[in-house]
Structures are given as C-alpha cells and as structure tokens.
Design a binder for this molecule. Structure first.
Ligand code: HEM
Length: 489
C-alpha cells in the first residue's frame, strides 16, 4: 500500500488494516517518541477509515490548535465511551458544540484565574489534613495523597466532607476512570471498531461482555454525579447549604428570572454535569503529580535539602506555609513546575478531532482526523530543557530560566480551546500541598537503600503514573505537630 504524497511521513501501512499494528496498546508515549525521532514533528497513521496525526512540536501544536482552533477542537466519538457508558456529560469528552460551550462557561466562572483565590482557605486546610493523615499512617502515603485531592475537589464541588459515604462515591468514580482508561486501549472493545455490535443484547454475550462493563460504568458514574448533587439541592431548599460550586450556581439560578420550566430543568442538568466533571477530570492529574513529587524527592536529596533550607529561612518554626509565602519560596515554586514537566500526567492530552478538511505545510488533513499532541516529547525537548529526564528545578530559576522554557511548560495543560480549565486551581493546590509536605517531612528511600539506587520509572501510558516505589518518611521536628494542632481551629 502506497501512502499519498500529501500525507506526512509515518510507518508504512499494511494492506487493508493500514497502521493498526503500529498503534501501541501500552507505553504509548515511548512508541510515539520513537516515531517522532524517526519520521519527524508530525507523523501520519491510518487505521481503517481513521486518519491519525501525532504532533510533537510546540510550534505545530500552536499553529493548529491555537491559530486554527475553530477547526481543531472536536473530540472523537467512541461507541463504548460516549454511547454505551453515556459519559459525554463529562465535558472533557463532549463534542465541540453548544452543550460543551455552556458547561465549560459555568466551570470557567468559578475556576478562572481571578476566581481561584477564593478557594485558598479550603486548599490550605486540605494540605494540613493530608500532613496529619501521613503522620498517623505514613505507610498509606499514596492512599492519603489520593484522598487529599479527592476530598478537596468534593468540598469545592459540593462542600461534601470526606465521610464514609463520600469515600464510597469517590471509589465508584475511580472505578469509572479505570473503565474509561480501558476503552482508550485500541482493540479492547470490538464494539468501537464495529459500532453495529452495540445492538447485540447483553444475554447473548459471555458474562454480559462489553454491555455489562458499560452498564456498570454508567450506573457508577451517574451515582457519583447525582447523589452529592441531590444532597446540595436539599440543603439549598432548606436554606442550610454552605457555599460550594453547586450551591452558588443553584442559588444564582433560583434568584434569576427564569420563567420556563424547561429552561430550569436544562440549567439544573448543566450544573449537575459540570459539578460531576470536577471530580472526574481533576483528581487523577493532581494525584499523579503529588506521587511524582515524592519520587523526585526520594531520588534527588540535594533538591530536597535546598527546598528545606528555603522553607526554614522563610518560615522558621513559627508557621506552616501559605499562599502569601509564594514570593519567599521561589525554589518550591520551581519544584512544582519541574514536577509537571518531568512527568506530565496526561502526556498525550485528550485527542482532538478536526471539523473540516485543512491543509498544513503542504499536507492534507481530512475532516474528522484525530490529532494528538505528544506533550511528553515537547516537555522533554533537550533544546528547551537540557538533560530533560533529570529533575532540575533550577531550570525554572534565574540565571538558567528562559522565556521559552516557561512558555513551553504551558503545554502540560493541553492546547487551544480545550486547554485544561482547571489549571489555576491545580497549580494552586500543587503549590500549597508540596510546600506543606516539604515543610513537614523528609522523604527518603526505604531504610538501607541509597537515593542513587532508586530508579525513577513511569508507566508512559495515556495517564502517566510513577511505577510504585518504596520510601520512608521522617517528620522534621516536633514543631510540625504543634503548628498543625494550632491550625484550622
Ligand atoms: C496537574 C494537574 C492537571 C493537568 C496537568 C491537567 C491537564 C489537562 C490536559 C492535558 C487536558 C486536555 C487538554 C486538551 O484537550 O488538549 C485537560 C483537560 C481538562 N481538565 Fe485538566 N489537568 C489538571 C488538573 C485539572 C483539574 C484539577 C481539573 C478540575 C478541577 C481539570 C479539569 C479539566 C477539564 C474539565 C478538561 C476538559 C476540557 C475540555 O475538554 O474542554 N484538570 N487537563
């Protein structure tokens, strides 16, 4: 099979199946990195009727996704994810249209840069809580970090405290995230290649097959979305709702002059979907970044020592870090940036899809093409970030820092109109959590192991996790506990 001259370079396709066998099923990032090294900044693959373009340069990403954003902002449609699991209400998966726009606007009103400082007291309290939890049971570090992020987002969305009932909902939501990650693996569900299969009834499939998986994911997603929302509705009706994303919007909707019942129903659905999206889209990326932070500290004791010295000079033993200390903590801020660059949690972002046909650099890009940004490759470009796999916060500080290093880092949140709308709240949470964890603890390899002997390894999948590693934790003095006891009372 010959490839048309107007397509970018890429692996040679096979007859009929095209590049099906070239599409990786695991460690996707590594495969796409190799393709970029071999074929260049824009690589072309075709699988059956699907045309796929992988972009590995910040320049092309900007030209396509930012400068031509109206054409590059749709999402793929998966029979399993969108139709059977019915997850399109999570607006990260919504097609580019009126419902996506309305939901994103609601989200933006409370998560844009100017609105996020209002969340700071909650973020600081949540950071104190995770430090307390880790002190009590350091062996459950990763569980605590996950519940810290989950708890904060459930508070922001619904003012829901982390009771066993909330924890159960969080568990259901996590099952849904695991289920949709499986859908992203090509070939995991045949129904995505042959949508006609969706008409097969469940009783004809062994064990219920994909239909049972979809039904379970749908039920759990709807429960995780609806139960906390209904609780806030009841509180708003009783006049007892504390401020939260949902109660603020429901109160505003009640106060506005909406006459038609249909409008009220539609607005309620939007608020419910938007609030549900907060947990589903926000938890994993921050939790991954906190895990990567711990791995960076375990493997880079000199970085950790410099951060401790900065914190001690700025705060002494008198108080715990807060947002007001950011100017006095440039090295901690540089660690936050380097954590995101070193291990971008969504290294291939979420695929974009073209609306209409386009041409770029002499290449033809058909309508409905999948265009994927390889953020990992861009954030490990040695011309912008020398020694890219090393963890070096200094690269974000004078005299080494460059404007290009800073602007390229913005890629970690994806490009164009689909850029992560949670980026301000995410960066704020990472700053205060990382500053608090560093103030309270020293992270080390497990007893008897040297830092040099711990290898930093990652999964390199669509969500890029550090591979589980062993660690030990030491609290940095009695004052930490005393300060925590005084805080938040
Ligand atoms: C370190 C933390 C985070 C990183 C690195 C991150 C990164 C990303 C990336 C790469 C995308 C895909 C952009 C694209 O389509 O090209 C995205 C989308 C999104 N993120 Fe984040 N994210 C983070 C935290 C959060 C948080 C905390 C929230 C919610 C509070 C959030 C909400 C969303 C939503 C709703 C979308 C979908 C946007 C759309 O399709 O219009 N993210 N994020």
């Amino acid at each position: 099979t010959r490839r048309p001259a107007s397509t970018p370079p890429g692996p040679p396709p096979l007859p009929l199946i095209g590049n099906l066998l070239d599409i990786p099923r695991e460690k996707e990032v590594l495969t796409y990195n190799d393709m970029a090294d071999k074929y260049g900044e824009i690589v072309y693959l075709s699988v059956l009727s699907k045309k796929i373009f992988i972009v590995s340069s910040a320049r092309i990403l900007n030209e396509l996704f930012n400068q031509r954003s109206a054409n590059y902002s749709d999402r793929p449609h998966s029979t399993m994810l969108n139709s059977l699991m019915d997850l399109e209400w999570i607006f990260a998966f919504a097609s580019y249209g009126a419902t996506w726009r309305a939901t994103r606007k609601l989200f933006h009103a409370q998560f844009q840069e100017a609105a996020v400082p209002a969340l700071r007291p909650l973020q600081v309290r949540s950071a104190h809580q995770v430090v307390r939890d880790i002190m009590k049971s350091p062996e459950r570090l990763f569980e605590h970090l996950h519940l810290h992020v989950a708890g904060f987002l459930m508070e922001v969305a619904y003012a829901a405290p982390m009771t066993p009932a909330t924890a159960a909902l969080v568990g259901m939501a996590d099952d849904v995230i695991a289920a949709w990650s499986k859908v992203a693996v090509p070939g995991a569900y045949l129904v995505d290649a042959m949508p006609i299969l969706r008409f097969i009834p469940e009783w004809l499939l062994p064990g219920g097959g994909f239909r049972r998986d979809a039904r379970e994911a749908r039920r759990k997603a709807e429960t995780a979305r609806d139960a906390p929302f209904r609780q806030v509705e009841r509180e708003v009706a009783a006049g007892t709702a504390p401020p939260s994303f949902v109660s603020n919007l429901l109160n505003a909707a009640g106060a506005s002059d909406v006459d038609a019942d249909a409008d009220v129903g539609a607005e309620r659905d939007l608020i419910r979907a938007c609030a549900g999206t907060i947990y589903f889209a926000g938890t994993e990326a921050i939790a991954i970044s906190l895990n990567a932070f711990v791995l960076a500290m375990v493997t880079n004791p000199a970085v950790q020592a410099r951060a401790h010295a900065e914190l001690d000079a700025a705060l002494g033993r008198d108080r715990l870090p807060d947002f007001g200390d950011a100017d006095a903590l440039p090295y901690v801020s540089a660690i936050v940036k380097e954590v995101m660059r070193w291990n971008p949690p969504a290294p291939l972002a979420i695929p974009h899809v073209t609306v209409a046909a386009d041409s770029f650099a002499g290449y033809h890009i058909p309508a409905k093409s999948l265009v994927i940004g390889n953020l990992w490759k861009i954030l490990h470009d040695p011309a912008v970030y020398p020694a890219p796999t090393a963890f070096q916060p200094e690269r974000f500080l004078a005299p080494r820092v460059t404007p290009l290093a800073l602007s390229t880092l913005e890629c970690v949140f994806g490009p164009g109109r689909r850029i992560c709308p949670g980026r301000w709240v995410a960066q704020a949470q990472l700053f205060v959590s990382i500053a608090s964890l560093l103030y309270a603890f020293e992270f080390r390899p497990k007893a008897g192991v040297q830092s040099e002997d711990v290898k930093a390894e990652f999964t390199y999948g669509l969500a890029c996790h550090p591979v589980p590693f062993e660690y030990s934790i030491k609290t940095r003095g009695k004052h930490v506990e005393e300060l925590l006891n005084m805080a938040d009372n």
